[in-house]
Design a protein around this ligand. Structure first.
Ligand SMILES: Cc1cc2nc3c(=O)[nH]c(=O)nc-3n(C[C@H](O)[C@H](O)[C@H](O)COP(=O)(O)OP(=O)(O)OC[C@H]3O[C@@H](n4cnc5c(N)ncnc54)[C@H](O)[C@@H]3O)c2cc1C
Length: 415
């Protein structure tokens, strides 16, 4: 985040997050990328010890009780060390803990949130299924009532942290004949009998973060583990879009930041045709454009965070801004990472520099927590609704009628 708009407390928070990012052992990053480590327990324990999990979660459950701007500040810094670590950091403490704090019982807050924020347990989020992730309502995982319990059957796919998770936030169909919005329930499922995770994917990037398949075979959970009651999972899903997508945007800014620093250092020293290559505009402009794009991306995250923290923006506006941030930042980060690799030349494509890992890692950002095509759909929906309900009702000026031939109504053909 930009330091000139941070308060002194926010600068302190950023410095704590930076200190934590400096702590991350190099061996951990390399072992995760080579998948010698499949779930970095040590990282989460350390984050918990430093009270850097759950930035927006109330203090009484072990969080910091701060806002979205603060969360964005920490997420950016956490993203610097590795995207895979940042994904884990965000899913458990930022997403699942928020779901429990907003929609769960006091018992779940004590049993899951408190130890999770200490870094002692982990909770993953399971929406995506083998048959598809974008079509949330098409889920085939079911929960059937049995006495006062529910019996869950089904599979979830590509679940970050599945390998090390003690708990899973699982969306299951509880009322198949109801309209889509009233069909699903969000359950907190402990790793209990009938739950099996499999670390089976040969991922391009974000390796070592436990992303796996989770199978639920006749898993019995008490009804009190449902978040927001039975058949009300859609509300949980909608609320979780914000931490999933704004969190992703913020950490993606951090993860691509080192690429620009590496490219700037390299191009300031490397010579070709007897000159430092940053003197060639084809090179220097790519680095300059990358700096420009990073600032634009960061501005978008900051503005969206402010909109949420203000409590004044309409929920539809927030959904649009969050989706815009996710789409813009992740596509921008992809462009930046590729620009940076390009100006470093052949050696940038090797593991002598971490640019190739950054490129592999951040490619995920355009796919997960809702693909960018799904972001586009949300932006389209929300923009047209907002125009119809708000903007069209209070035009600042009728600019359309300022055209020289504006009065030629017969030329304004719409059908
Ligand atoms: C490493 C990794 C980690 C992940 N972590 C998690 C996790 O922790 N929890 C979790 O639940 N999921 C997770 N995911 C899953 C991820 O969120 C999904 O892969 C994603 O939502 C897309 O779902 P899908 O792969 O089934 O693709 P599909 O839904 O089959 O989509 C395929 C393509 O079709 C497009 N498409 C689909 N519908 C439309 C439409 N209506 N309009 C336009 N285009 C459309 C999509 O944009 C995409 O390009 C992870 C994925 C990966 C790879």
């Amino acid at each position: 985040m930009f330091d000139f708009i941070m308060t002194d407390e926010q600068k302190k928070l950023r410095d704590e997050a930076r200190e934590f990012t400096r702590w991350v052992p190099r061996d951990m990053i390399l072992a995760m990328d080579s998948e010698t480590i499949q779930f970095p327990h040590e990282y989460l324990r350390e984050a918990g010890k430093r009270n850097l999990l759950g930035i927006r979660i109330p203090r009484k459950y072990g969080g910091r009780g701060l806002g979205w701007v603060d969360d964005g500040i920490v997420a950016e810094e956490v993203g610097v060390a590795s995207y895979s670590l940042a994904c884990l950091w965000g899913v458990g403490a930022d997403i699942v803990c928020e779901a429990i704090c907003v929609f769960g019982s006091e018992e779940l807050k004590q049993e899951v949130v408190v130890p999770l924020l200490r870094g002692e347990v982990y909770a993953a989020e399971g929406l995506t299924e083998p048959r598809g992730g974008s079509d949330f309502f098409g889920a085939t995982t079911t929960a059937r009532k049995d006495g006062s319990d529910w019996i869950i059957n089904g599979q979830k796919r590509f679940i970050v942290g599945a390998e090390g998770a003690d708990w899973f936030l699982v969306y299951a169909v509880t009322n198949p004949s109801a309209p889509p919005h009233q069909r699903m329930t969000a359950f907190m499922v402990p790793r209990t009998s009938g739950v099996e995770s499999k670390y089976i994917y040969g991922l391009m990037g974000v390796r070592g973060g436990g992303a796996g398949r989770v199978i639920f075979k006749d898993v019995r959970v008490p009804e009190r583990y449902a978040l927001n009651g039975i058949n009300n999972g859609f509300e949980v899903f909608v609320r979780m879009m914000i931490p999933e997508r704004l969190g992703t945007a913020a950490m993606t800014v951090g993860s691509v930041r080192p690429a620009i620093e590496i490219a700037t250092r390299y191009t300031s020293r490397r010579k070709a045709f007897g000159q430092i290559i940053s003197n060639f505009q084809a090179v220097g402009f790519k680095v300059a454009d990358s700096a420009l794009l990073l600032d634009a991306a960061r501005s978008m995250v900051y503005t969206t965070a402010l909109a949420i923290d203000s409590g004044k923006a309409h929920p539809g506006r927030i959904r649009r801004m969050v989706s815009q941030s996710k789409k813009f930042v992740t596509e921008t980060a992809w462009e930046i990472a590729n620009n940076c690799m390009q100006v470093v030349g052949g050696i940038g494509y090797t593991n002598v520099f971490p640019l190739e890992r950054i490129v592999r890692d951040i490619r995920l950002s355009m796919i997960w927590v809702g693909t960018n095509e799904i972001m586009q759909m949300i932006i389209q929906n929300e923009w047209y609704k907002e125009y119809d309900k708000v903007l069209s009702k209070e035009p600042v000026r009728d600019v359309e009628s300022d055209a020289a031939n504006a009065g030629q109504q017969e030329e304004k053909v719409y059908e």
